[in-house]
Write a protein that binds this ligand. Structure first.
Ligand code: ADP
Length: 294
């Protein structure tokens, strides 16, 4: 066989302008295929975002995941809040460590239906700080999605850090075909201004917005039963309507929410009959509807 007729020679002879991919590009394609292969049995990927920290995003992500699992769905909860991973604390898994197997890293099993992965599991000490630049963070998020053995899941819920920075961008880029974002806000104007940015961020990255959750929306006094709108109320719904995105529901300020977050058991598991748990049931309805469409 002449040199020109070899596989390389013939392609460049036919299409002299067609460039072969660089080694980096080949690596990128390989990694992307590995990630898609690892998540091939995950039906719905949901990304939880917020404009600001402290609005209860991780609490909402954990309770959405737990509420879906209580409905008999297989759920994965992945915490990519690299600088402030609170999922291990909220789920009572602070001393857990993921095991390794031939298939990769095993997520920590909270219950038979709910598997969890967080950077918090990989820290030597709970109070260790992670001081990383963007490429390292992107690498870790990629590992969480491509190398953790998620197996068969109905939902993968991703708890992102607040804002529109590197980590949410990495998640959106890596999770091609994600179902959409649940955006968490509190009702007051300072929080709403930032959540509008999160919605525009979703639009700019072609991620559908599944809806807005207004957390810490009103407080029912346990003594007189009057409602006090500590952070106002209704702002999230108004903003959602102005921005043309669905409103998923309101969660009141509930001191038991803090109690369950600190005690390591998601609220919806402990206070099943409360108004707050009912609010979560309404919030997950459109998410459950996704699996009815299959
Ligand atoms: P974020 O992820 O937005 O930083 P967290 O989920 O860590 O916020 O919540 C911050 C604090 O607010 C936690 O102590 C949590 O228990 C509390 N919290 C969240 N939602 C509520 C609520 N609806 N009522 C009372 N406390 C709440």
């Amino acid at each position: 066989m002449s040199k020109e007729n070899g596989p390389m020679g013939s392609s460049s002879a036919c299409c002299p302008s067609k460039k072969l991919p660089s080694r980096d590009e080949v690596e990128e394609i390989k990694e992307s295929l590995a990630l898609q292969n690892n998540l091939r049995e995950v039906k719905h990927k949901i990304i939880v975002l917020s404009g600001k920290g402290g609005v209860g995003k991780s609490t909402v992500a954990a309770n959405i995941a737990a509420a879906l699992s209580l409905k008999g769905k297989k759920v994965g909860l992945v915490d990519v809040d690299i600088h402030g991973p609170s999922i291990p604390k909220i789920m009572g898994l602070e001393s857990s460590r993921p095991a390794t197997s031939l298939d990769g890293l095993e997520p920590v099993q909270y219950s038979p239906n709910l598997a969890v992965m967080s950077v918090g599991f990989l820290l030597r000490e709970r109070d260790d700080a992670i001081i990383w630049r963007a490429p390292l963070k992107h690498g870790l998020i990629k590992q969480f999605l491509a190398e953790v053995n998620w197996g068969k899941l109905d939902y993968l819920v991703v708890d992102c850090p607040p804002g529109t920075g590197d980590e949410p961008l990495s998640v959106i880029q890596l999770l091609e075909g994600a179902e959409g974002a649940v955006v968490v806000t509190t009702p007051q104007d300072v929080s709403l201004a930032d959540v509008r940015k999160s919605i525009n961020f979703c639009r700019a990255t072609n991620l559908p917005v599944l809806g807005v959750v207004e957390n810490m929306s009103g407080f029912v006094c346990p003594h007189c039963a009057n409602t006090v709108d500590i952070f106002k109320s209704g702002g999230g719904e108004k903003m959602a309507s102005e921005m043309g995105v669905p409103f998923l529901g309101r969660i009141p300020i509930d001191p038991k929410m803090v109690e369950s977050g600190d005690s390591g058991k998601p609220f919806v598991e402990t206070f099943t009959e409360s108004e707050t748990s009912k609010a979560f049931s309404l919030i997950i309805e459109p998410l459950l509807a996704l699996s009815c469409k299959e």
